[in-house]
Design a protein around this ligand. Sequence first.
Ligand SMILES: NC(=O)c1ccc[n+]([C@@H]2O[C@H](COP(=O)([O-])OP(=O)(O)OC[C@H]3O[C@@H](n4cnc5c(N)ncnc54)[C@H](O)[C@@H]3O)[C@@H](O)[C@H]2O)c1
Length: 336
Amino acid sequence: MHSIAILGAGMMGNVHARAYRAMNQTSSLWIVDPVASRAGVLAETYGAAVANFEEVLENDGIDIVDICTPTFTHRDLAISALEAGKHVFCEKPVALKLRDARAMDEAAGKSGKKFMVGHVVRFFPQYSAVKELSVARNIGEIVMARLYRGGSFPSHGIDNWFADPEKSGGVFVDLSIHDFDFLRTLLGPVTTVEARSSMLSSDKQKSSFDHGMAILKFESGALVHVEGSWAEPPGMPVGFGTFYEFIGTRGMITNSYERETTLKLQTSIEGKPKYAQENPAHFDPYAAELESFTLSVDEDKEVPVNGREAIESLRIALAANLSAKLLRPVELSEVH
Ligand SMILES: NC(=O)c1ccc[n+]([C@@H]2O[C@H](COP(=O)([O-])OP(=O)(O)OC[C@H]3O[C@@H](n4cnc5c(N)ncnc54)[C@H](O)[C@@H]3O)[C@@H](O)[C@H]2O)c1
């Protein structure tokens, strides 16, 4: 059983509080948010207590700090919590700059506590299935792919922080990083990124990268097109969607979250075409992710997504931002 403090009572704080309660492994839950009304509502909904961050740091009974605050606050909160001897789960993206992410990872190393970053797409059955299917059903070597992830602009963010690239990093760093991270686990290291983004947010407080496209070249030779969007019109029947298509040397796997939740597997092995459909089980990937974290704490084993991995996924997103700014391909080695 764990005593857990969630920092941030916004959208993700809600998702995490619900997941912890569903997991039934939480002896006590604490909510921290400078907006007292937000903390109060979340605490009441999930039978939690309200605290401030200093109280959390001083309370030796709290063993886990879960950071669900705007990205620009992650670094300082994570380092303080680790230095206070807490295990830390931090929402993605780990930070906005590589040096901040490295400082967090170093603090984790020094503390000896667990530090995991919320790259939750690895826990979505539609995505983990790609890895399994690509091996088990032998679609051959994945040589090309297309991935889309998008919806309308995330206007729920407190003080419209998503609209400020200095606070959110823009659509590549905040949103497409999910796909960048997954692709790294599937295809290995990226060598080059060529990206463009359009700023469609003239009516918002500040400009942001609202719709971006990136082409990733991998060391394996694979070429992948990743598109992320905050430019879909608000108020549509389906507010958010994902799509992918993985092309192997002997077959392909496609999935579209918006249209259906079915995996289509089309292979042609030794001249024999085959079609198969799968419906991945529906479960809460956020609960699976957080459960994997508490299990790593319980069993003192490596977390599924550590700081070093989060740094590499952030590097790809920052390379996409740089490429979109310079209007040229960017080598990953240029981003440090
Ligand atoms: N994994 C995912 O699928 C996913 C989805 C959306 C957002 N995110 C990430 O989760 C994080 C939070 O996003 P959100 O959409 O929940 O934002 P949000 O704006 O809805 O909520 C953030 C909350 O944090 C509070 N806060 C600000 N500073 C704080 C501090 N110092 N201590 C405690 N609370 C503080 C705010 O008052 C607000 O209530 C971001 O890093 C975002 O990129 C992840």
